[in-house]
Design a protein around this ligand. Structure first.
Ligand code: ADP
Length: 298
C-alpha cells in the first residue's frame, strides 16, 4: 500500500477584475471551494491510479476538516490517521484575475501541527511506498522518512515547496522528485531543458540515490543507480496545469509499488500529468488508471 504523510487544505477561490492593492476593497465573484493540499492531492492521485492509500495528516475543527476527511474516505482513502484537531484547517486563499494570474495566500493551519511524535510505525506497516512533500513540518517529514525506511518501504520526497534542505536531509529519501523551479532552488541550475534537467538530477544524486526532474510540457528526466533517461511529455491541449505534478507523483508511486521499473513509472507519471492538464482544477482533474492506460496504448 501507499502511505502519504502531508498536507490537506481547502482552497477558496474567487475571481477578481484585478488584484487589490494594500488598503483597497474589491468585489469578487462568488467563491468556490476546492479540496487541495499537495498531500491530499497526491493521495487522491495514487488512489485513482489503483493504489491502496492511507493518508496521515491533520485537519481542523472548523467545518472544513470534517468535509475534507469525509471526502477522502468516501473515495476509499484510509483517513484513520488523519485527525481533526482543535485548530483551523489549512486553507489557501486564491484570487484569480482576468488574465488568469493567481495571487495565493496559504494558511497552513492544522498541517503545521503534525508533529514527529504523532507518527506511529504501526501506521506504516505493509507500506511499499511512502510519499512525502514539504507542506508539513520538516521534522515530521524526516521522521516519516525514517519510519518508512525501517518499515521496508521506498520513500519518495516531492521536495515542494522548495525549502532550505540540508544535504543530510536529502539522504533520508530513496527518491527525490522536483520540478524545474525546485531543481533550481536545490542545485542552483536554471533548469529549462531536458539536458539541464539531467545535469540537475546528476548533481542531486550526490545526496539522494534516485532523482526525477519534471519539466512541465518538456516531460521528465531521471538519474538513478540503474542509469538515466528522458521521458518526453505527451502532447495534449493544456487547459489548467494545476496538479500536473501531483498526478505525476501519485502515478509514479503506484507504479513503483507494483514493482515497475523507474522508466515505466515515469511514463505512467507523464501520462497522468498530461491528462491532468486537460481538465480544470486539482483533485477533480486527476485521471484514473484506466484513462491513463488507454491514453498510453492509443
Ligand atoms: P509541477 O506541477 O510540480 O510544476 P510539472 O509541471 O513538471 O510539475 O508537471 C509534471 C509532469 O506532468 C511533467 O513531467 C509532464 O510529464 C506532465 N505535464 C505537465 N504539463 C504538461 C503539459 N502542458 N503537456 C503535457 N504534459 C505535461
Amino acid at each position: 500500500s501507499i502511505v502519504v504523510v502531508g498536507s490537506l487544505n481547502m482552497d477558496l477561490v474567487v475571481k477578481v477584475p484585478r488584484h487589490p492593492v494594500p488598503g483597497e476593497t474589491l468585489l469578487g465573484s462568488d467563491y468556490e471551494s476546492h479540496f487541495g493540499g499537495k498531500g491530499a492531492n497526491q493521495a487522491v492521485a495514487a488512489l485513482r491510479m489503483g493504489g491502496k492509500v492511507r493518508m496521515i495528516g491533520r485537519v481542523g475543527n472548523d467545518g472544513f476538516g470534517e468535509r475534507i476527511k469525509a471526502h477522502l474516505k468516501a473515495q476509499g482513502i484510509n483517513v484513520n490517521a488523519t485527525l481533526c484537531i482543535n485548530s483551523p484547517t489549512g486553507v489557501a486563499f486564491i484570487s484569480v484575475d482576468k488574465e488568469g494570474q493567481n495571487a495565493i495566500i496559504v494558511s497552513p493551519g492544522a498541517n503545521s501541527r503534525l508533529k514527529p511524535e504523532h507518527l506511529s510505525p504501526i501506521e506504516f506497516e505493509g507500506a511499499s511506498v511512502v510519499v512525502l512533500q514539504l507542506e508539513v513540518p520538516l521534522d515530521t517529514v524526516r521522521r516519516a522518512a525514517r519510519i518508512g525506511r525501517e518499515s521496508g518501504a521506498r520513500v519518495i520526497l516531492n521536495a515542494a515547496p522548495a525549502l532550505p534542505l540540508a544535504p543530510a536531509d536529502l539522504a533520508l529519501f530513496d527518491l527525490l522528485v522536483v520540478n524545474e523551479s525546485e531543481a533550481h532552488a536545490y542545485c542552483g541550475l536554471a533548469v529549462d531543458s531536458p539536458g539541464l534537467g539531467l545535469e540537475a538530477a546528476r548533481a542531486l544524486r550526490e545526496r539522494c540515490p534516485t532523482v526525477v526532474v519534471t519539466l512541465g510540457r518538456q516531460g521528465a528526466v531521471w538519474a538513478s543507480p540503474e542509469g538515466e533517461g528522458y521521458q518526453p511529455a505527451f502532447e495534449v491541449r493544456a487547459v489548467d496545469t494545476t496538479a500536473a505534478g501531483d498526478a505525476f507523483i501519485g502515478a509514479l508511486a503506484v507504479a513503483l509499488g507494483e514493482g515497475k521499473s523507474l522508466a515505466e513509472a515515469v511514463r505512467l507519471g507523464a501520462a497522468a500529468g498530461a491528462l491532468a492538464v486537460t481538465k480544470p482544477g486539482a483533485q477533480s482533474s486527476l485521471p484514473s488508471r484506466l484513462e491513463a492506460e488507454a491514453f498510453l496504448s492509443a
